[in-house]
Design a protein around this ligand. Sequence first.
Ligand code: NDP
Length: 246
Amino acid sequence: MDKKIAIVTGGNSGLGYATAKKFCDNGIKTYVVGRTRERTENACAEIGEHAVPVIFDLTHLEQIPAMVNEIFKKEGHIDILVNNAGINMKKDFVDVTDADFEEVIRTNMFSVFSISREVVKKMKETGGGSIINISSMAAQYGLPKVIAYSASKTAIEGMTRAMAVELAPFGIRVNCIAPGFIKTKMTAKALDSDPERKNKVYSRTPMGKMGLPEDIADAAYFYALDEAKFVTGTVLPVDGGNSIGF
Ligand code: NDP
């Protein structure tokens, strides 16, 4: 088989960008899925020759099979899938509408199921692969005002285990990364405007700092590689100890 082929959803910014860059820097041809044409094309241009933009809205579940088929037809194999695209919505519990709840679940959970199903069909044909899901501290402990997000990320960890056991006989490994508080433009802005929350994040993180998107990329790269060939069904907190902090 020639070079490895990866799909990274939400690869145009934040953790997904760092992951796509890590893969491409190490010779993995990476299809970067994002909704926004400009952001996705610019990200791929910055990352370099191994990055290929795919302008696609993952909430259009019915179009996912065609998108995956197109990549498979071109490459003949898909070896790695990183389910990273996600949205959050911070609202008081009673203000969350059914439509709000559905939007988050559709993006963070239904699309992960649909794209994984389609990629697994291809991985079964070619003898295996690695799927990497991204959950959150919201699946490790209770966070206020993010009910739909917490539901979706907790589901992701259960799906990881269910997929891992069913797909192991086909050479498909499924693992999950649970990022702690990672420095991105969005989180920096949110925490700078909320000193109390910022203090809480730092005080319960034994390492006393936020992580970097590259920390998540490094973990994803490990899971993607043959070095992790006996690792499946795991959830790896990459969080400076936040999930076990007192
Ligand atoms: P960003 O907001 O920086 O990026 C989200 C990405 O998802 C963008 O590339 C966006 O593309 C894409 N995306 C969102 N909706 C869709 C959709 N419907 N179809 C296709 N692409 C979509 O997020 P982060 O890097 O901060 O987070 C990435 C993942 O990590 C998420 O799953 C998040 O829940 C998780 N996470 C992040 C943490 C953090 O501290 N940052 C902590 C814990 C978990 P576009 O802009 O084109 O819409």
